[in-house]
Design a protein around this ligand. Structure first.
Ligand code: HEM
Ligand SMILES: *[C@@H]1O[C@H](CO)[C@@H](O)[C@H](O)[C@H]1NC(C)=O
Length: 340
């Protein structure tokens, strides 16, 4: 039954997958775009890194979940029109933002943190640092502040003057999606299967809502969890947080072992069959996920390999460009609104 289901999914998605492979590279490379550089603000706003770091230190100290919120914001920014701050735009009379897209509504948080950093930077170097760059630096700092790896952040992104609710709905992966479909969304961004597994390791911090894991706990958590006797009681505690109906916004940690620490325990949890999100567990348990399963095992066994790949993949994700941003892009004064 399960096998039938999977091969049907494979069959349904194959034409789409081929399409994705063919279009790769064709529209994503923009040789004429000025490249991002590490010293982009060296003369125009030399304090930028220090300012972002200080603000993030306060934010994460007051609540470690703030690190998770910022990291996810950056991801949801980059997967829609590239890393261009489009996620930060509020709805107005003339612009439909991305905040009400299904993956974001009632779920994305941390916008006030970006506002506070932006305010600080506007007083230090007005009109210089883009919101997209702020979010990219803040995400890096968020990871460090909860124990994760450091990486250098290339800078020089511009903020978009548009957002796309439609692309948010189509590009962002969802928790009840099957493995091939999630993979294709990463390939579409020029991110590999290796990038995907490493980046999903971000779920070593942060919370998910009942609405995001209900089908997982009522539709076969035990079936994929294998032989771990601890699973049953863990499953029951999840059910008490998340009833079959209602309490959609009740939350629990995706990494119940070390919820506020950026480590590789997320992968240990997948080995036990206890991934909270269906999409996460699929990386280890889907019968077609041979490569993803090997990567999960590798990152569970080798924390340093995970940190190294996560850093590299974060740079890659952070470099997804909005092709329009070098012509129509700007440095927003307020991250929530395009300049007038
Ligand atoms: C692989 C596909 C992915 C799927 C299907 C997925 C899905 C989700 C879902 C459903 C949640 C919980 C949201 C809620 O219930 O409100 C979540 C949270 C989170 N995601 Fe992902 N995600 C994926 C990849 C990523 C990536 C690539 C990153 C960053 C590099 C990331 C970072 C986070 C973080 C940090 C949280 C916790 C946010 C918080 O505590 O507020 N995710 N994700
Ligand atoms: C929400 O979760 C808490 C435990 O964190 C639980 O006590 C409460 O009953 C849950 N709400 C519902 C409606 O199940």
């Amino acid at each position: 039954m399960a096998l039938f289901l999977h091969s049907k999914l494979l069959h349904d998605h194959l034409p789409f997958m081929l399409l994705v492979f063919f279009s790769l590279g064709a529209c994503r490379l923009h040789a004429s775009d000025p490249p991002l550089t590490l010293d982009y603000y060296a003369s125009t706003c030399p304090t930028v890194l220090e300012t972002v770091r200080k603000e993030m230190e306060c934010e994460v100290q007051s609540d470690p979940r703030n690190a998770a919120m910022i990291l996810r914001l950056h991801f949801h920014d980059c997967f829609v029109q590239g890393c261009d701050g489009s996620i930060l735009l509020d709805d107005t009379m003339t612009l439909e933002g991305e905040k009400k897209a299904s993956a974001n509504r009632n779920s994305l948080k941390g916008f006030e943190i970006v506002d506070r950093i932006k305010n600080e930077l506007e007083s230090e170097c007005p009109g210089i640092v883009s919101c997209a760059d702020i979010l990219t630096i803040a995400a890096r700092d968020a990871v460090i502040l909860v124990g994760g790896p450091y990486w250098d952040v290339p800078l020089g992104r511009k903020d978009s003057v548009t957002a796309s609710r439609a692309l948010s709905d189509s590009n962002l992966p969802t928790p009840d999606e099957n493995l091939l479909s999630v993979i294709s969304k990463f390939l579409y961004q020029d991110l590999s299967v290796t990038d995907m597994v490493a980046l999903a390791g971000a779920h070593t911090i942060g919370m998910a809502r009942c609405a995001s894991f209900r089908s997982r706990i009522y539709g076969g958590f035990a079936a994929t969890s294998g032989h771990d006797p601890a699973s049953e009681s863990h499953l029951n505690s999840l059910k008490s947080i998340c009833p079959p109906k209602g309490a959609d916004n009740n939350i629990t940690a995706m990494d119940y072992e070390t919820p506020n620490l950026f480590d590789n325990s997320f992968f240990h949890i997948l080995l036990k069959g206890e991934g909270l999100l269906n999409s996460d567990q699929e990386m280890y348990s889907n019968v077609f996920g041979i490569e993803t399963k090997q990567l999960v095992q590798k990152y569970a066994a080798e924390p340093i390999a995970f940190f190294q790949q996560f850093s590299d993949s974060m740079v890659k994700m952070g470099n997804i460009a909005n092709p329009d941003s070098f012509t129509t892009g700007e440095v927003r004064r307020n991250c929530r609104f395009v300049n007038t």
